[in-house]
Design a protein. Sequence first.
Length: 372
Amino acid sequence: SHAFASRGPPTTENSFAPTTGSLEKANFNDHDDTNLIFSLLPGAEEPWVDMQIMYEDVSVTMPKTYAHKKYCDNLGDTSRRVVSARTSKDGAAWTQDLGCTDKPQVDEHCSHFDVAGMIRPDPSDDPPELEFYRVRPFYMAGTRRLAAHALLYAPGPMQLDKVKGYGRQPPSCKSDGCCHGPHMYEEWWVGPNDGNPANLSAWRRPFYDTHAFPHDIWAMSQPLVHNDSHVWVDNGAVWGVPLYRLAGLHTASNGEVVTMAFEMPGEALWLNAHALWEGGNHVGGCDEGCAAYIMVELIDAASGDIIPGYEKEHCIMVNVDGLRLPIVWKKDGDSDGSNARELNGSELAGQEIKAKIYFRDATVYALGVAGQ
C-alpha cells in the first residue's frame, strides 16, 4: 500500500507523490483492501485509521475448538478473513495490524495474534464458516457517530467448485482444489460510542438480517450528503440512505420506549420518525393503513413523575414522516381563547429528564434538539 502527499494543485499533472519517495517502496505490505478513515476525535494522536482485512490462523488462535475451517478456500483450511486496523499520525508511517504481533509484520499472513485487535465472527451467533471480506467505515453526517458497511463472505463445499459458473468468476483456486467462495451480502455495523474507529472491541453488528445494499458493491469512498441522505456513487450507480436511519425501533402494535436520562438543553426537541398512514379504502375504512401514531411525554428523571404540561395527550402526531419532526405539546385555552399554550421542551433547560414515546405502526430513529 502507498500513501501519497500533494505537492501542488490537485488538477495538475503529477501533483501527488509517494511519501516513501518512490513507488518501488510501499508504506506497508498487507491485504489489497484498504479502508481508510480520518478520526474526528479532538486531539487524536493517530487520526489516520485503516480498517484492514487480515488473515487469522484459527489453528493458532482456536486450536481446541476451531482448528480448521469448515470449508476450505483459496486461503487454505486454517486462515480466515477478519477485520483489524492500522493507525498513523501522518498517513505515511503506519503501525502493524493491531491483531498481528509478529515482529515485524511482513504481510497479511501472520504467525502470532492478538485477538483483542480483531473484529471476528461471533461463535454463538454466526455460522462457523463466516468471514469478513471488507469493511467501509464512515461518520454519520455532522456527527462523530460511526457506522460501516461490511461485506460478509463464506466458502462453500469443495464439490461445488467443480460446477461451472459457481462462485467467484473467474475462479481463484489453490492447487489442492480449494477455491474462493461466493460473497454473501453487505451488513450494517455500528461503531464505538467514543467515535474512535480503532476501538475494535466496541464495534457492533446488531443487524444480522439487514442488507446494507441490494447486492455486493464496492462503495469505497465516504458517503456524500445530499438532500438529507447519505449518498454513495459506485460503478455508475447512485445509492442512498436517509440520514440517521440505519436503525430504528419499530412496532406493529402499541409500543412504549423510555429514553435514558439527559439534561434538557435550551433548544426545542425533535423526533426522527416514520409514522405515515399508508393504506387504501379497505373494509371499515382505511383501518390498518391508518393505525400509525406517536405520542411523547416528558418525565422528571429524579421522581419519575410526568412533568405537568408535557403529558402525552398534549403531543399527538399522526401521518408524519421526517428527520426532524418538531415535538410540541399543545393545550387548548379557555372558552374565551385565553391560557392556550404551546411547549417544545426548551422551557425545561437544565433539568434532568426522560422522554417516554408511545407509538404504533411506526419507526422511531432518534430524539434530538434544534441545532443537532
